[in-house]
Design a protein around this ligand. Sequence first.
Ligand code: EPU
Length: 432
Amino acid sequence: MTKYIVQGGKPLFGEVEVSGAKNAAVAIIPAALMVDGVCRIENIPQISDVTLCLKILEQLGANIRTINRHTVEIDCSRIRSTRTSYELARKIRASYYLIGALLGRFGQAEVAMPGGCNFGVRPIDQHVKGFTTLGAKVVVEGGFIHASTDLGRLKGANVYLDVVSVGATMNIMMAAAMAEGNTIIENAAKEPHIVDLANFLNSMGANIRGAGTDTIKIQGVDRLSGGTYAIIPDQIEAGTYMAAVAATGGQILVKNIIPKHMDCITAKLVEMGVEVEEHEDTLLVRRTGSLQKTNVKTLPYPGFPTDMQPQITTVLSLAEGTSLVTESVWKNRYRYVDELKRMGANIQVDDRTAVVEGVDHLTGAPIQACDLRAGAALVIAALAAQGESEISCVQYVERGYEDIVAKLRGLGADIRSVEIPGESDELEAHIG
Ligand code: EPU
């Protein structure tokens, strides 16, 4: 098992380069299955979720050539099977995108049910509703989701989402891209990675308009052919480094970002007394004085992202006064709070609300990550805390943050990764 050892209490200074967006990459890589030709994907983050996605494609018959650390060429012109490996697909939440991609191109898909979840029920009823509206039959049998159509090809239709779902929007968009006729997705999610997936598919020959608004119009095409595409920078990774410097104090330049994507996060940090200077593709983030309380409510984009909730709550635990955090996307995303309490945080959780009484300082402790963003929050807490922390289960963090230890060390943090022999890194449940 890998652990992080952190000597906290040091302000961060320097520059950090943001990687490609995880939640775009884990959809765009499965979408490559729809392309009859070679697609070159650039700015791919080096994280374990991406490695898994690529392995699943390879097992289906994709030919994958690694060009460099962040670029791969995927050739899906000779796919052998539409049934994914059970062991691989069940490990990653985003394996549900394989259904939309395989069903869209081949009219059939057999994909293991995505891994168990760590913050409450994570239904996929809206994905299924979308597929069935497009003419598919979907059943769960033997741990697999079987989706197929007798028509050989899906048929375009109007799909109204009952809840704003990132995954359902992207999955239905993929399935509809090669359906016969037109599809309209209403009440669609608007996250930057939805626009990114639409741009990827369009660059391969799809006809998708309106991504980034709540109505997406898709005109089905017969074939997608190869091309080159670069994934957008990761909004949440960038936000995590911004939150880290807010918690520790100091000044960092966050590079390779799209400032517009950061507005919802920047606005909250500024309310807390953090200075943020925006440039073309960088943000200069500085915290010199004390942090002020504020209230945060998570919402679908362009609201404050749920994937930044644990990190911002950690920063607020060090602010003057009492802040309220409301989690309105996931039912149970406060499991990390007990670990923060071990470090001296004063937070009470009641259902979807956390009441955060700011404390003067946190103290280092042995703590354990329970999911990806919870892990990121604990890293931030450990960096800001007085004394040493030992963070276990960091394999969750490495699912979504490329080289986090090296990047933080580049900012002057005292953090190192150590291998503890004899303990396994195997994760039972993957989320993300
Ligand atoms: N929902 C339904 N039915 C569905 C789908 C979703 O009721 O069929 C509900 C969920 O229970 C939840 C809400 O709708 O309350 C939003 O869920 P959504 O479908 O948007 O989430 P997701 O697609 O499963 C993605 C990200 C998550 C991120 C959410 C929200 C990926 C692989 N995962 O999940 O990312 O929290 O969108 O933005 O893209 C992370 O990166 O740490 C992470 C958890």
